[in-house]
Design a binder for this molecule. Structure first.
Ligand code: CTP
Ligand SMILES: C[C@](O)(CO)[C@H](O)COP(=O)(O)O
Length: 233
């Protein structure tokens, strides 16, 4: 039996409604390849990664299986259907990875610009502490605004970080945090939130502003430029 020590869950089951394209954004082309393939190729080349579970929309499972074959993504051990919310998709991924996994990284399929160094630093911190996420200090002044558009407060920017993925955890810790969240009916926008509310400290590893989540239409040309710049084009 193969023992998987470090597993990755790549979540790609969203509809990409903010991108406003007919095709889900994870399948749009970036430098000639689907965004999702760029993301998967990074984990494929990392010796420290044992296996990848790809979570996608039910109708997209065959297409993703064919990508895995076409692009030589041998670490993609399972392609499974996700759920209605990102958290549901991660939970399905945790079930598919199996109990032999010791460390798990959760990564958005639409963050194709993360680097091997950043993933490695996040994983190292999780192995030291149990839980770590990539993040960058916010550059703007952030306001808390009421529903009717009034500024309520201005949090001190020094303590504000924009959280990215991957987010890395001891497998058992993330699994328990997800079980607790579902028991309590809690829905979070990232996995760290679930681990935080389960009473565990999550550490931040400073990442890079280029690790963008492709979310709205202007992000795609920005990602093209960042990728070209990285390749010296
Ligand atoms: N039910 C869901 C929702 C989101 N995701 C994934 O979570 C990542 C981050 O989510 P986001 O950028 O919000 O993607 P979408 O939900 O697709 O976008 P939108 O909110 O604009 O519809 C994406 O890779 C997305 O495919 C997922 O696997 N399952
Ligand atoms: C997990 C995440 O990418 C961290 O920034 C983010 O929270 C996902 O949120 P979204 O609402 O699915 O865009």
């Amino acid at each position: 039996m193969q023992v998987n020590k470090v597993g990755v869950i790549v979540v790609a089951a969203g509809r990409g409604s903010r991108m406003r394209t007919a095709e889900s954004k994870q399948y749009l082309e970036l430098a000639g390849k689907p965004i999702l393939v760029h993301t998967l190729e990074l984990f494929e080349k990392m010796a420290r990664i044992d296996s990848v579970v790809l979570v996608t929309g039910e109708a997209d499972v065959p297409r993703c299986e064919s990508y895995a074959a076409r692009y030589g993504l041998h670490k993609v051990s399972r392609v499974i259907a996700g759920g209605a919310e990102r958290q549901d998709s991660v939970r399905s991924g945790l079930e598919a990875l199996g109990a032999e996994t010791q460390w798990v990284l959760v990564h958005d399929g639409v963050r194709p610009l993360v680097t091997e160094e950043q993933v490695g630093a996040c994983l190292d911190k999780a192995i030291d502490t149990g839980a770590a996420v990539l993040a960058v200090p916010v550059k703007d002044t952030i306001k808390v605004v009421s529903e009717d558009g009034q500024i309520m407060s201005t949090p001190d920017r020094k303590s504000l970080w924009a959280i990215q993925t991957p987010q890395a955890f001891r497998f058992s810790l993330l699994k328990e945090a997800h079980e607790e969240a579902i028991r309590d009916g809690f829905l979070g926008t990232d996995d760290a939130m679930l681990v935080e509310r389960a009473g565990h400290t999550v550490h931040v590893v400073e990442g890079d502003y280029a690790n963008i989540k492709i979310t709205t239409p202007e992000d795609l040309p920005w990602a093209e430029w960042l990728l070209g710049n990285r390749r010296g084009e």
